[in-house]
Design a protein around this ligand. Structure first.
Ligand code: PGA
Length: 255
């Protein structure tokens, strides 16, 4: 399986800033190892210019993702974005169920599952996020919480094709805090997630799913995560905002 590195820009970057990042990152990406697969997820408002920029280059070594998707194809959903709109920009992947959506926007695992199913239906790869809060971690119930959230998030997905979904384990207490989970904690959770995926989608299906770790990943610590057998890449926030930094992270994780 290729190693997957996903840049989650969250609510950052105007179009001009997006173009600036991409032109630098495009140059740096020419040196990426062949086992590295890279996705950049700008905010919706920058997808058009990102797509135009990438369309004008040759041998682009990364693709475009988005940060959310509505489960309906169109309709009266003020402020929302459909899969068809994402496809318009050549989006290949979409993050669903990020913990910030739960924390600030009332996200639920049931709706995450509908979003993921809607993405799969149109050939966009959902990156389904799961993760426990600090109080769950401290109470020693991380696995119960995360595996339950995972089952609920997969409810609308009866089957998968190889590699058609991605899971990102992001402990909420590790996001943007500098308090990354240890590689051992990440591996323990990823192994448990893998077991659930294999039970649900069969051994071949379950083993085809990339499981990413997210939460304060940096160019300095990426190698320690990637060394774990069930960590197949990373979902990166803060360290993905500067082209040189994110390129160093991709390289550190794919050497
Ligand atoms: P962080 O964010 O890398 O800034 O911790 C990760 C994420 O929220 O996806």
């Amino acid at each position: 399986m290729k190693r997957l590195f996903v840049a989650n820009w969250k609510m950052n970057k105007t179009r001009a800033e997006t173009r600036e990042f991409l032109s630098r990152f495009y140059e740096l990406a020419a040196d990426f190892a062949s086992n590295a697969s890279v996705t950049v997820c700008p905010p919706f408002t920058a997808l058009d210019c990102a797509s135009a920029f990438l369309g004008a280059q040759s041998n682009v070594r990364f693709d475009l993702g988005a940060q959310n998707i509505h489960w309906e194809g169109n309709g009266a959903f003020t402020g929302d974005i459909s899969g068809a709109m994402l496809l318009d920009f050549g989006v290949k992947s979409v993050i669903v169920g990020h913990s910030e959506r739960y924390q600030y926007f009332g996200e639920t695992p049931g709706n995450v599952s509908r979003r993921a199913a809607a993405a799969l239906k149109i050939g966009v790869r959902p990156i389904i996020c799961v993760g426990e809060k600090r109080e769950d971690f401290e109470a020693g119930r991380s696995k119960d919480v995360v595996l339950h959230q995972l089952q609920e998030s997969l409810e609308q997905i009866p089957e998968i094709a190889d590699g058609s979904i991605v899971i990102a384990y992001e402990p909420v207490w590790a996001i943007g805090t500098g308090l990354a989970a240890t590689p051992e904690i990440a591996e323990g959770m990823h192994r448990a997630i893998r077991t659930v995926l294999c039970e649900r989608f069969g051994k071949t299906g379950g083993e085809s799913v990339a499981i990413l770790y997210g939460g304060s990943v940096t160019p300095e610590n990426i190698a320690s995560y990637i060394a774990q057998p069930n960590v197949n890449g990373a979902l990166v926030g803060g360290a993905s905002l500067v082209a040189e930094k994110f390129a160093a992270l991709v390289q550190g994780g794919s050497n």
